[in-house]
Design a protein around this ligand. Structure first.
Ligand SMILES: [Ca+2]
Length: 260
């Protein structure tokens, strides 16, 4: 499929043929945080955190991805203890037992992408259920390619876990966006937006100086900012988050959204 008319690359401003940056490179460029063409484990970790993964998953991903891919993307170069991944050679690290949506040069193959849904999306034409995803992974398996099985399983399971909807469906547009990496940018923006909204949801309630408010059995006037406990000291006043389950004393007056 390399070089056939059915595959194409993606440009900086949109889908274009014959662009030097192919889709597989775009897929991983989100993790090159400083855009120097190299992805270090710290950048992989940071990227996973930015799309909403927890500390443990982000740490494990950074270790396994960089240890697994570094050498493959640096042909002819000596081993580096910093485990860098070279973005321009990412196609060399492509694993087997995949859906073939990237060709061997890392370009996107639309027909293979459509096959995922035409063959496996039986419940809804443009989405995959958990069982349909299992079916896809099973059909992708090449004999005894255990590394490829594990890589495919891990990638799809993380995607499904992060992006399924309330009905447990993984939608086609989401899957499409993960191939060119635009999903990662979107997820990072959504996470940042949620963070900002969360801060705005802190409900501001001025308390009298002689009142003691408890949260998790700690007087909140001793609390410092953060999490969904109690929170911010403003001189003799403090703020409190309304969702907190452990607040023993309710605000007396109506809450006002804290302007951030
Ligand atoms: Ca970098």
């Amino acid at each position: 499929m390399a070089g056939d008319s059915n595959s194409f690359s993606i440009g900086g401003s949109g889908m274009e043929n014959h662009d030097e940056t192919n889709v597989l490179q775009k897929h991983v460029m989100f993790f090159d945080r400083n855009n120097d063409g190299i992805i270090y484990p710290s950048e992989t970790f940071q990227g996973f955190r930015e799309i909403g993964c927890g500390l443990l998953l982000s740490s494990v991903a950074a270790v396994f991805i960089n240890l697994g891919l570094s050498g493959k993307t640096r042909p002819g170069k000596p081993f580096s203890i910093h485990f860098p991944i070279e973005v321009k050679n990412i196609h060399m690290a492509k694993h087997g037992s995949d859906s073939g949506v990237y060709d061997k040069e890392g370009r996107f193959v639309p027909s293979k992408f459509e096959e995922i849904f035409s063959k496996h999306a039986h419940t809804r034409p443009n989405a995959l259920t958990s069982d349909e995803l299992k079916s896809l992974l099973k059909s992708n398996r090449e004999p005894k390619d255990y590394g490829g099985w594990l890589a495919g399983f891990t990638e799809w399971k993380i995607l499904y876990s992060l992006c399924k909807d309330k009905e447990g469906l993984l939608h086609k547009d989401i899957v499409r966006a993960v191939y060119d990496g635009s999903l990662f940018e979107r997820m990072a923006k959504e996470k940042a937006s949620k963070k900002q909204n969360f801060a705005k949801m802190l409900l501001y309630q001025p308390w009298k100086a002689d009142e003691v408010i408890y949260c998790d059995n700690i007087p909140c006037t001793t609390c410092t900012l953060f999490t969904n406990r109690v929170v911010k000291q403003l001189g003799i006043a403090c703020t409190i988050i309304v969702e907190s389950q452990n607040v023993k004393k309710e605000p007396k007056s109506s809450a006002v959204a804290l302007e951030i």
